[in-house]
Design a protein around this ligand. Structure first.
Ligand SMILES: [Zn+2]
Length: 273
């Protein structure tokens, strides 16, 4: 719903642009050329899309540790920084990292930081370790239906409703209407998260190994924002010798970041936003 507000704003801005163009054009007809004319205002540049990138773990929490002692928290931060660099380079996106250094940020705080800057997407970056060292490859998680329903119910039942969620001012809604509005917003967000996960699997499938059944669902706390499409990407398996060798390599991190960038571009090009 926030998107529809943004779209409405964009429409209003376009409408305002037309009015302004008409305003500036009118004197040119009534007056001799070159006299009293105002220069046409330059076309407004669209505001960059804010993308939240969440490097998993950090500080006292190393995340998974590979057989040779690689820390997940270092791989997630390095890849997140590379993705931020690539997103920024195109000029269309403004990346915001939920942690910039080797510090531990609580999970809900990560989501809160992203929502605070009105991020259009939330991308949590991790690297897995599985009991079977044969398994390797990238996988993408979206929020499971059960976890999604639980979150929506908890949010609707929360005592302090003095906040906006998905453009809905909860305190101003009737008690019986707020949960329905929230549920609708949540479903829309879930569909967008699925579209993003699909784009990531498709795009990265051309570039790096994928885990079997690469799109999965789980109840990760960082995926619970009701109004911000969110996915969690496991870049690979630190428990697998092949992935353990590749994941710390800068060239491989660049390849992963490029695939994620293209997936984000396709997601927006498909009108999912
Ligand atoms: Zn992790």
């Amino acid at each position: 719903m926030r998107d529809s507000i943004v779209r409405r704003r964009a429409f209003c801005a376009r409408a305002a642009g037309l009015v302004l163009a008409g305003w500036f054009a009118a004197p040119a007809v009534a007056q001799p050329p070159g006299k009293g004319r105002h220069p046409r205002p330059p076309p407004a540049k669209p505001a960059p899309v804010i993308v939240a990138i969440d490097p998993g773990h950090g500080g006292v929490d190393p995340g998974a540790i590979s057989p040779h002692g690689l820390y997940e928290k270092e791989i997630t931060l390095a890849t997140a920084r590379e993705l931020a660099r690539q997103l920024e380079a195109g000029g269309r996106f403004r990346p915001v990292l939920t942690r910039r250094g080797d510090v531990l940020v609580p999970l809900r705080e990560r989501v809160a930081r992203a929502r605070m800057v009105h991020a259009e997407l939330f991308l949590s970056i991790h690297a897995d370790a599985l009991p079977d060292s044969e398994l390797r490859g990238l996988s993408v998680y979206t929020l499971s239906d059960q976890a999604s329903d639980r979150e929506t119910a908890a949010l609707a039942a929360r005592e302090n409703k003095d906040d906006f969620v998905a453009g809905i001012h909860l305190r101003r809604q009737r008690r019986d209407i707020a949960p329905i509005l929230l549920d609708m917003a949540r479903r829309q967000t879930n569909n967008r998260s699925l579209a993003l996960a699909h784009a990531i699997v498709t795009e990265l499938g051309h570039a790096v190994p994928l885990l079997e059944k690469p799109h999965r669902a789980a109840g990760f706390a960082v995926l619970t924002a009701p109004d911000m499409p969110s996915v969690l990407v496991e870049l690979g398996c630190l428990s697998n010798p092949g992935d353990e060798r590749l994941l710390p390599q800068r060239a491989y991190q660049q390849r992963l970041a490029r695939g994620l960038l293209h997936a984000i571009e396709h997601y927006f090009a498909a009108g999912a936003a």
